[in-house]
Design a protein around this ligand. Structure first.
Ligand code: C2O
Length: 613
């Protein structure tokens, strides 16, 4: 494609253009070719009307959700991003390991300069050694609410090589949010603690559904037509910013077969719990009586005294193709009324705890063994805290106006470094002393031991007040190439008791164990699943509980590690994991791609600072 020679102002939208590279595969295997799959993503604002209100939504190629990228394991992906929006942005390929390719990870001022309005950037990466459902999203501020889409990787040997019965059809189910507020303003409001932004509706594949209406006219809902007896593979993605969701379909069960593009032992359940950043592949067998069944997605939230948001449920419909026939001749009740599932309570956190705890990895040819030996151990508390406005060291806290609430790891709230060059470039060109001077080491453990999950800490009070003061810094942790790292994420109750879906870029994590309350190594290490743990890029830290993970730091580069609740990112629940180079070609970070842009003067714009204090 003659990308670069296009006259200014014209944009060719190549959707899924495929070039064949070469045949790969074992002799005798069906000839599968690795290809280059090429897309053009034009990001711009389009008018969309929901709930009686016209909104300028920032989307890719005019679509919400954006286009799905569908590839085969081993393919290369090229995406030309054309930024016609008024915002700086980058795109992150969530869950793609980007082995030796941190340059394409899409984190502004860490791996690249943000793509400024009216500029372009081309991402090139491969999806070797991964199969399943991943996704892509903007990695700037709240923009990912509308700038996201599925990234589906199919096995090179075809659908018959799935470690489960071959589905009749595959269906992406993207749970998201509809916002009529300016997304940058929402982000700013949370950082400054001046407004409490909230979305207006939940969505399934961009549709709000019939629980929402505008002067009597109900919103469109997502409709899935099924044929009786067939099996469907639902590729479920939670692209929402604010909540974990419960997903149910009346009269049906799911068999979960993969999570975060890693196969799991088949797990049959009538409810799926999916937190922001997670993906779940689940088989749905159309084995109910012909009819119409609601598919309901309900956002859960921690109970009072945590702050409460409105309950914005969304629903679509699963409809059997033989419904009419059966109703006419089969003597079944003929009705258009769809059956509703019974949903968990919005404050039910236990269903999610068990759902996540029931996922185990599947032994199959590509699965990795859990390393038994650990080189580095981190115990990381997650929670809220506060810093004084205007850099003061003391001030009135506990939700007083003199302080701002922030989100922390081991009492540090992440601060974007004030650099004009992305950190990865500084690191690569051996200006590490310069990088190091900007960073604060993320400590191995919190500054003090306390009863982390004491519910008395949720509301401001004397106990809580002692724990609240925190500081801001660019927190980072360096790992030697190949180090086996064990992290225990401990949720805390300080000012809020939310769960935290923790996402690590560039690596998958083995989920060894989870528990309620405080982690206790003597009691909990013997419970580690070292045999078949689930492998995830986003690990769910339960409300007032903990989770223990292990990963191998073998992908050189600088990787974001953060909570996938967007308000927690804005508030600073982020750290950088720096994986050092090794000494062999497959363990050190190659030079940036030849056409990698350097930041212009206007590039020391860290983020979209449209809303100064
Ligand atoms: Cu899906 Cu750093 O994010």
């Amino acid at each position: 494609m003659k990308w670069r020679s296009l006259p200014a102002g014209t944009v060719a939208i190549a959707t899924g253009v495929i070039f064949f590279l070469s045949a790969i595969g074992a002799p005798g295997a069906p000839a599968a070719m690795a290809s280059v799959v090429e897309h053009t993503f034009v990001v711009r604002q389009v008018k969309m009307t929901h709930l009686c209100k016209e909104t300028l939504a920032t989307v890719v190629n005019g679509q919400f959700p954006g286009p799905a990228i569908e590839v085969t394991e081993g393919d290369s992906v090229t995406v030309h991003v054309v930024n016609q929006s008024p915002y700086n942005l980058t795109i992150h390929w969530h869950g793609v390991k980007q082995r030796l390719n941190c340059w394409a990870d899409g984190v502004p001022m860490i791996t690249q300069c943000p793509i400024l309005p009216n500029q372009n950037f081309t991402y090139r990466f491969n999806v070797a050694g991964q199969e399943g459902t991943l996704w892509w999203h903007a990695h700037v501020s709240f923009l990912r609410a509308s700038v996201h889409g599925a990234l589906i990787i199919r096995p090179r040997r075809g659908a018959s090589s799935y470690p489960f019965p071959k589905p009749y059809k595959e269906v992406p189910i993207i749970i998201g949010e509809w916002w009529d507020m300016d997304l940058l303003k929402a982000d700013w409001g949370i950082q400054q603690h001046v407004i409490d932004p909230y979305f207006n509706a939940s969505t399934i594949n961009g549709k709000l559904g019939d629980l929402y209406s505008c002067s009597g006219a109900v919103e469109d809902g997502y409709l899935l037509d099924v044929e009786p007896g067939r099996t469907y593979l639902l590729r479920i993605i939670n692209a929402a910013l604010f909540a974990e969701y419960y997903l149910k379909i009346a009269g049906h069960k799911f068999t979960v077969v993969a999570a975060d593009a890693n196969y799991v032992s088949p797990y049959t359940t009538d409810v799926i719990a999916i937190a922001p950043g997670e993906t779940m592949d689940a088989l749905l067998v159309a084995d109910a009586d012909p009819g119409r069944y609601y598919m309901v997605a309900l956002p859960n939230q921690s109970p009072l005294p945590d702050p409460q948001g409105p309950t914005l449920i969304t629903r679509g419909i699963v409809q059997y193709s033989n419904k009419q026939r059966a109703a006419d001749g089969g003597g079944r009740p003929s009705s258009d009324i769809a059956v509703s599932p019974e949903m968990p309570d919005q404050h039910d956190m236990i269903t999610s705890f068990y759902f996540h705890g029931n996922l185990t990895g599947l032994h199959h040819p590509q699965h990795l063994e859990v390393p038994k030996h650990v080189d580095e151990r981190l115990f990381i508390t997650l929670g809220l805290g506060s810093i004084c406005r205007g850099g003061q060291s003391s001030c009135k806290r506990s939700e007083n106006n003199e302080s701002v609430d922030v989100a922390t790891m081991n009492n540090f709230s992440y601060q974007q470094p004030a650099v004009a060059t992305p950190l990865l470039e500084l690191h690569y060109y051996n200006t590490d002393n310069c990088v190091l001077s900007m960073l604060q080491e993320l400590p191995d453990k919190p500054p003090r031991v306390f009863n982390y999950t004491d519910p008395a800490l949720i509301l401001p009070g004397p106990k809580e007040a002692k724990l609240e003061p925190t500081s801001k810094a660019t927190i980072a942790r360096r790992f030697r190439q190949g180090a086996v790292v064990e992290v225990v994420f401990q949720g805390t109750a300080i000012l809020s008791s939310e769960s935290n879906p923790m996402h690590l870029h560039g690596h998958d994590m083995f989920v060894l164990a989870q528990g309620e309350g405080n982690y206790d190594a003597t009691r909990d290490v013997p419970r580690y699943n070292l045999v078949n743990p689930a492998v995830k890029n986003t690990v769910f830290v339960p409300r007032l509980g903990w989770v223990a993970v292990r990963f191998i730091a073998d992908n050189p580069g600088i990787w974001y590690m953060h909570c996938h609740f967007e308000f927690h990112v804005s508030m600073g629940m982020v750290a950088l994991f720096i994986v050092e180079d090794g000494s062999t070609v497959d363990t050190f970070l190659p030079a940036p791609p030849a056409d990698f842009p350097t930041c212009g003067h206007d590039h020391n714009v860290m983020s979209n600072e449209f809303y100064p204090i």
